[in-house]
Each structure stands twice: as structure tokens, then as C-alpha cells.
Design a protein around this ligand. Structure first.
Ligand code: NAD
Length: 307
């Protein structure tokens, strides 16, 4: 019996659950949300597709105690402020995790948290602090989604398959993230060599910018982002659940990597049953390293008040 817990049955939580059910890794998916009416609607709608999942999957509108019995928990609650400012968003969401994380721990949770709630790096830091768990067991979804976006945008720009692009976004899941071109390959060829061999050019800044603002485009268009994040979160969950040791760009607590300390930011990490099992330090250029450190400082500036 495998149980997935989800805090927050909003746009993200709902599609994370649907994607997990389609992938077939869990028999039970249990939600907790403060909005009972919404929760009931989400659970019954998801349950109505039971016949089409690879295995019978039970969706449960639960309590914090029910969620605490899960193998892994996704944190996807959120109160987005009207001004859409990251700092205020942190204030709201920090208040919430400060309230419910100790309750989840007191109810006996002993798994891995995947934190989606924004600003997800600073909130992952808060979840780590309030859970008392080893930092390896609190994973921020970080730039895993942005990395996938960068692969899609590069693939569409150069007319290649997304599976032939190796690229990533590093740092904050937010405006200060950056695309380290030194790490990009297309068809296994370093990016600059690919451009030269194919007689094409790149507006590197414009590509990077379109990745960074991709989320805003979906959010201001339809009021949420769902499909990319749901699949990214499920990749992280699968790596934990099946102990795959896959490396994914997730937000992890740094202790000296790239000269960064006591802050969650994204770099590729090896993920297995214990959560983040290894933080990979890439061979970045001096300019990229500078961006990485600056991005980490941006995250640090949000996470005030976490005790
Ligand atoms: N990290 C990423 O890549 C990424 C991507 C998309 C969304 N997000 C973030 O995920 C969060 C959720 O986004 P969404 O679009 O689903 O929002 P949403 O408003 O649709 O859903 C949020 C849900 O959280 C519930 N909630 C609020 N406070 C709660 C609490 N204290 N306990 C339990 N439930 C609570 C609400 O009732 C609501 O159902 C937001 O913070 C958003 O910014 C992050």
C-alpha cells in the first residue's frame, strides 16, 4: 500500500494527484485543504476517473493526521497576495507552514516533503526548519519546472526534439534564476558548437528571459500553472518512491556548494528514497557562479522570520 499526501487541493494539488494516479504509483492519495467544499469537489471528480487509472486509486479528503500517514507529502497550499509580490506571498505561506508542519510531524510523518508552494525555495527552508527533519528529506521543486521549460523553448527554437536538449535553469525558482549556457548541449553537442555547425545564431538573453517569464505567461493567462509542475513534481516523487537515483534540478539546502550556505536553491541533485542523496556541483564559468551566488542571496532576502 502506497499513500501520497497533498496539502492544498487547488490547481496544482489537483493535477499533481491526477498525474500521480495516471502514473500508477499510489493506491491512496489523501488531501488536506482548509476549503472543505473545494476539497470534496476535487476528490469526487478525481475519483470519477478511477476506471481509467492503471490501478484502483482511492482519493481521500483527509485531516492533517491522515496526510501524516502518507509515504511522501507534497506541499501545494497557497495564498497568493493581490499585489503578487514574492515577499508578501512568503509572509502568507510562511504563516501557514509554520502552523501545519509541526502538526504533521506530531502526527508521526516520517517521509519526504516535496515543496511546491511559492516562493518554493524559501518555503522549503521553512518546512525544513519546522519539521526538524534532515534537510535531505525536504525537497523544493525549485527549477525542475523551469529546466523543463528551457528544454522545450530551445527545442522549439532550433527544431529539434525536446529529448535531444540538455539544459537547465539554476538558482532561485523566480526572476533571479539563470540559464548556464556552458552546460547546454543539443544532440550531445555543446551549444556554441551546435550553433556554428548549423549556421544558426542565438539571442541568449532573450531565450533565457522567455524561460524565466514563461510561468507568468500561463499564470496571467489562465490564473494558474498546472501541467508542467504536476509532471515535474511526479518525476521528483517517482525518484524518491522508486529510489531511482535520478538527477533532477531541485532546490536543496546548501552547505558550502558554490560558496553558498544555509539557503535552498536549485542545482542538479541525485534523488532517491532518502530524498536529496547528493548535491551536484557543476563546473560553471565565473560569470555563472556569480549569478548563482546572487540568486541565492535573493532567496535569502525572502526568508526572514524563519526561526
Ligand atoms: N514551484 C512551482 O514551480 C510552482 C508552480 C505552480 C504553482 N506554485 C505555487 O503552488 C501554490 C498553489 O498554487 P495553486 O495554483 O494550486 O493555488 P490555488 O489558489 O489554486 O490553491 C491553493 C489551495 O491551498 C489551499 N490552502 C490555503 N491555505 C491553506 C492551509 N493553511 N492549509 C491547507 N490548504 C490551504 C486553498 O484552499 C486552495 O485550495 C502557490 O503557492 C503557487 O504559487 C508553485
Amino acid at each position: 500500500m502506497a499513500r501520497l499526501g497533498i496539502i492544498g487541493a487547488g490547481h496544482v494539488g489537483e493535477i499533481v494527484a491526477y498525474t500521480a494516479a495516471l502514473r500508477g504509483g499510489y493506491n491512496e492519495i489523501v488531501f488536506y485543504d482548509i476549503n472543505d467544499k473545494r476539497l470534496d469537489g476535487v476528490v469526487s471528480d478525481l475519483q470519477d476517473a478511477n476506471r481509467f487509472y492503471p490501478h484502483d486509486t482511492a482519493f481521500i479528503a483527509g485531516t492533517i493526521g491522515d496526510v501524516a500517514k502518507a509515504d511522501h507529502i507534497v506541499i501545494a497550499s497557497g495564498r497568493i497576495p493581490e499585489n503578487a509580490q514574492r515577499r508578501d506571498e512568503f509572509k502568507n505561506n510562511h504563516e501557514d507552514v509554520k502552523d501545519y508542519i509541526p502538526k504533521i510531524m506530531a502526527a508521526g510523518f516520517d517521509g519526504v516533503f516535496v515543496v511546491v508552494t511559492n516562493p518554493c525555495d524559501a518555503i522549503a527552508y521553512a518546512v525544513w526548519k519546522y519539521s526538524g527533519l534532515d534537510a535531505s528529506r525536504v525537497i523544493g521543486s525549485g527549477t525542475a519546472l523551469d529546466s523543463e521549460r528551457s528544454q522545450t523553448i530551445l527545442a522549439r527554437t532550433y527544431g529539434v526534439s525536446v529529448h535531444s536538449v540538455n539544459s537547465m535553469m539554476l538558482g532561485e525558482h523566480g526572476d533571479s534564476q539563470f540559464l548556464p549556457y556552458s552546460q547546454v548541449t543539443i544532440n550531445h553537442v555543446p551549444f556554441d558548437q551546435f550553433l556554428k555547425e548549423n549556421h544558426v545564431t542565438a539571442d541568449k538573453e532573450a531565450i533565457e528571459e522567455s524561460v524565466v517569464y514563461r510561468g507568468h505567461r500561463a499564470f496571467f493567462g489562465k490564473g494558474s500553472t498546472q501541467y508542467g509542475i504536476a509532471n515535474t513534481v511526479n518525476d521528483i516523487l517517482d525518484a524518491v518512491h522508486f529510489d531511482s537515483k535520478e538527477s533532477l534540478q531541485v532546490s536543496a539546502l546548501h552547505s558550502g556548494e558554490y560558496g553558498v550556505n544555509d539557503v535552498y536553491v536549485s542545482t542538479p541533485c541525485v534523488i532517491g528514497k532518502n530524498g536529496v542523496e547528493k548535491i551536484i556541483t557543476l563546473n560553471l564559468t565565473d560569470e555563472e557562479l556569480e549569478k548563482y551566488r546572487k540568486s541565492a542571496e535573493t532567496v535569502r532576502s525572502y526568508q526572514t522570520g524563519v526561526e
